[in-house]
Design a binder for this molecule. Structure first.
Ligand code: URA
Length: 264
């Protein structure tokens, strides 16, 4: 494989050197993914949690109708699970509300809980480098073109204590928020990072290694699965695969843009 100057620059942004694998493949749209994703409706968000304090929790049908300010307010005041008792603040998400790209991660960590923004710690720096490598940014000021803008959200809006993994009850309580965010942003491509994003969006517990490398769909939106940045920080050799995933997502987004332009 011969690498262009641009590709070398992208790899350097991710802290990688060129290696001998093909960069991009034809997007393999997984039609079966659509039916799995269709099951991921707002209604599924309300698995009852026996001892959860639900008093200030918005109902799923109310969340499904909310506009952006109402949704922000509902997240900020949510007490649907016990995480509300240990958080400093909720972490709604960041980016342009009409970004063409949506990145879905897991849950806020300590730094995110302190600053109220997703992916601002070490894994966030890697994520920003990965996005920059393909010309994308969470900061609309960096890239005026919505096709290059990213909205970043998590499956959970509150930090699990000690950065433990999200519990399924917490995911169930919170997922209506993420689903409404996706409906409002209307992204052209979703990058699902890590197993909890995949569980919420694809209803799959299959390993990332089995799901990556092809295009799934969430409510009709193309979705590419990749490793979580914090996993990549611990497993440097997997960065090469994450790079392939980014290229697949970029190819898919560009193909969708051409399709829209031709159809218009
Ligand atoms: N990991 C995530 O999944 N999300 C964050 O916001 C921070 C770390």
């Amino acid at each position: 494989m011969t690498w262009s100057k641009r590709q070398h620059a992208m790899l350097a942004e991710m802290g990688l050197r060129a290696w001998d694998t093909p960069v991009s493949q034809e997007p393999d749209v997984d039609a079966a993914g659509a039916s799995v994703a269709a099951a991921a409706g707002i209604a599924a968000a309300q698995t009852p949690v026996a001892d959860a304090p639900v008093a200030a929790a918005a109902t799923p049908s109310a969340v499904a109708m909310m506009d952006w300010p109402a949704l922000r307010e509902a997240v900020a005041s949510c007490t649907a699970c016990s995480l509300c008792g240990s958080r400093r603040q909720t972490v709604f998400g960041v980016g342009h509300p009409q970004a063409h790209w949506m990145v879905v991660g897991e849950a806020p960590g300590e730094e995110e809980d302190r600053r109220g923004e997703p992916f601002v710690g070490r894994s966030g720096q890697l994520l920003d480098n990965m996005l920059r490598a393909i010309g994308l940014s969470r900061h609309a000021g960096d890239v005026p073109d919505p096709a290059r803008q990213v909205f970043i959200a998590n499956t959970l809006k509150c930090r699990p204590p000690g950065n433990r993994s999200p519990l399924s009850e917490e995911l169930a309580r919170c997922e209506g928020f993420l689903m409404r965010q996706i409906e409002l942003v209307q992204p052209r491509i979703i990058l699902a990072m890590g197993r909890f994003a995949v569980q919420s969006l694809l209803r799959s517990t299959a390993p990332i290694g089995q799901l990556r490398g092809r295009v799934h769909r969430y409510q009709g939106v193309p979705l590419v699965v990749t490793y979580h940045p914090s996993y990549l920080l611990r497993n440097l050799t997997e960065k090469a695969r994450a790079w392939d995933d980014l290229c697949l997502a970029l190819d898919t987004a560009e193909a969708a843009a051409v399709h829209v332009a031709r159809g218009a």
